[in-house]
Design a protein around this ligand. Structure first.
Ligand SMILES: [Cu+2]
Length: 571
């Protein structure tokens, strides 16, 4: 009796078990990241840099969508450090995001912190980097997210996948460089070279032997995962005699489009397919700066790696063959940067709200503080100090607590929630000469509160104060759609007609056009405190940042979890 009625239940249970065994469970990847000083030789000299596990670039993390990462960061260096998992949505794991004094206090020398988070709904290339002072100059690595088991890429499976990380090399200690600039109020020095996977390449002294090689087979299609990890330069990238088909940016797929040149801003990633359809020899991948600011110093070097066809041919093949050199756009070729940005679209029609709950307008740009008695003032005219702001607020990071901790425990006096929704004074933002009265922002720690689930439409407007410049604006904890971009002052009446509500690209970092604007939109579905900032490190240091405070929704799944027990405190 009992057996006959329980049979269907038992059968169901067994089938569920079989299914569960067949579908491989989401994995938990455990890693140990030891932050430490490491000797390396670059540009003819030995240097002591800060690395993770002695590797430069640091370890590549490879996961599938749905997996969990558990990374124990142990600080054996002499500096405070935090690690940020750039582009990871961190849904309900805001304590693992990493920016110093925003979601945690720094990990002190000798201490450790375990970052634990799950990757949901994101596939492609992201990366991780230090989010403390200028340590990310050498503390960075790739974070590759493949589709879950049994799910394919939305393009033919490439026969080879190669992370190509663009960086900046400094002969000086980058932490000293920014400390000196903060002391004097002047602009920091620029890098001495760019790097590909940590190597400056053939065009720089004492670098030829170590130039990054990318071996390929004739006829195959490779997926190159470009990451711009440079501190302060946007970069053009080309490959000699090869077209690139862009298939993803910032771990969101794109409508494939073919191009000779990429423009990648710091914080951004670009996945491209390259078919090795040229005569089997050697070709340079090269990158150099896109510089939109006027009258500022920049690193004018070119970094290179070499794509080496394995032709199975031949004596004489190999290092003796001089690789073909690609044409790169001029340093100030804004048209090339604009054309590239215009090519990036979501693969299909996406769900974009045609109205928002919050209409925000933030100016982004530089500024100057007047010299106060007792200060060094190495800014323009030797009587100013450089600064930067959003909506005339120059962001000041707290020192005694992190913003998220202060929010969770309602600690008063750490921040205020009155970041302005609009510029306090409206003016001709992109005029040739903005009145000097408008150049001096107000230093403060202001957050903008967002109701859980609200649709946020945000205009980011560059200003010409000091100099107009393309600013790569990055939001933590969110991807957003870029509805439109343009030049001049954003005009609501006219420019709304340019909005793409069909297949706008989805990103975590938008390169706001020089003397122009970008309109982005996202749904505030992730409670926490989320930093938004310029990803040129010199600008975030000067205050080109703010943070959103996304309130809890209803119920446990829409609320902030308590902090992990090992969350570093400021003490
Ligand atoms: Cu900037």
């Amino acid at each position: 009796m009992a057996s006959s009625s329980s049979f269907p239940v038992l059968f169901l249970l067994l089938s569920c078990l079989a299914l569960a065994l067949l579908a491989k469970a989401d994995e938990v990847h455990k890693h140990e990241f030891v932050v430490q000083e490491t000797p390396v030789k670059r540009l003819c000299n030995e240097h002591h840099i800060i690395t993770v596990n002695g590797q430069f670039p640091g370890p590549t993390l490879e996961v599938r969508e749905g997996d969990t990462l558990e990374i124990n960061v142990i600080n054996r260096a002499q500096y405070d450090v935090t690690i940020h998992w750039h582009g990871i949505r961190q849904l309900r794991t805001p304590w693992a995001d990493g920016p110093e004094f925003v979601t945690q206090c720094p990990i002190k020398p000798g201490e450790s912190y375990k970052y634990r988070f799950t990757i949901k709904g994101q596939e492609g290339t992201l990366w991780w980097h230090a989010h403390s002072s200028w340590l990310r100059a050498t503390v960075y690595g790739a974070l590759i997210i493949r589709p879950r088991e049994g799910k394919a890429y939305p393009f033919a499976k490439p026969s080879r996948e190669v992370p190509v990380i663009l960086g900046e090399w400094w002969n000086a200690n980058p932490v000293d460089v920014i400390r000196e600039a903060q002391r004097t109020g002047g602009a920091p020095n620029v890098s001495d070279a760019f790097t590909i996977n940590g190597q400056p390449g053939d065009f720089l002294p004492c670098s030829q032997k170590e130039t990054t090689a990318i071996p390929v087979k004739p006829g195959e299609t490779a997926l190159l995962r470009f990451i711009n990890a440079a501190l302060n330069h946007e970069l053009f990238v080309s490959i000699a005699q090869h077209k690139m088909t862009v298939v993803g940016v910032d771990a969101s797929y794109t409508k494939p489009f073919t191009t000779d040149v990429l423009m990648i801003a710091p914080g951004q990633t670009t996945d491209v397919l390259v078919t090795m359809d040229q005569p089997p020899t050697r070709y340079y991948v090269a990158a150099r700066a896109y510089v939109s600011a006027q009258g500022v110093g920049f690193d004018n070097t070119t970094t290179s790696a070499i794509i080496e066809y394995d032709c199975g041919c031949a004596t004489g093949f190999g290092p003796k063959i001089q690789p073909a050199v690609p044409a790169l756009p001029a340093f100030n070729d804004t048209a090339a940067a604009t054309a590239f940005a215009a090519g990036i679209k979501s693969p299909e029609k996406v769900k974009v709200h045609d109205h928002a709950d919050e209409y925000l307008f933030f100016t982004v740009g530089l500024g100057l503080f007047n010299c106060e008695p007792g200060q060094l003032c190495a800014g323009p005219n030797n009587n100013t100090r450089f600064t930067a702001s959003m909506n005339n607020v120059s962001f000041v990071f707290p020192k005694t607590d992190s913003l998220l901790h202060a929010h969770y425990y309602k600690v008063p006096g750490v921040f205020t929630t009155d970041f302005p929704a609009y510029p306090p004074v409206q003016f001709d933002y992109t005029a040739q000469n903005v009145s000097s009265a408008l150049q001096q922002p107000v230093p403060a720690t202001k957050l903008y509160p967002l109701r859980y689930g609200s649709v946020v439409r945000l205009v980011l407007q560059d200003t010409s104060i000091v100099t107009p410049e393309n600013h790569p604006i990055h939001i933590h904890g969110y991807d957003f759609f870029i509805l439109a971009q343009g030049f001049g002052n954003f005009d609501h009446e006219k420019d709304i007609k340019k909005f793409n509500l069909v297949d706008p690209p989805q990103r975590n970092t938008v390169a706001v056009p020089v003397n122009g604007w970008a309109v982005i939109q996202f749904v505030a579905d992730n409670p926490g405190v989320w930093l938004m900032h310029c990803h040129l490190d010199v600008h975030i240091t000067w205050g080109l940042a703010m943070a959103f405070l996304v309130e809890d929704g209803y119920g446990e799944l829409q609320s902030l979890p308590p902090p992990p027990v090992d969350l570093p405190m400021c003490k």
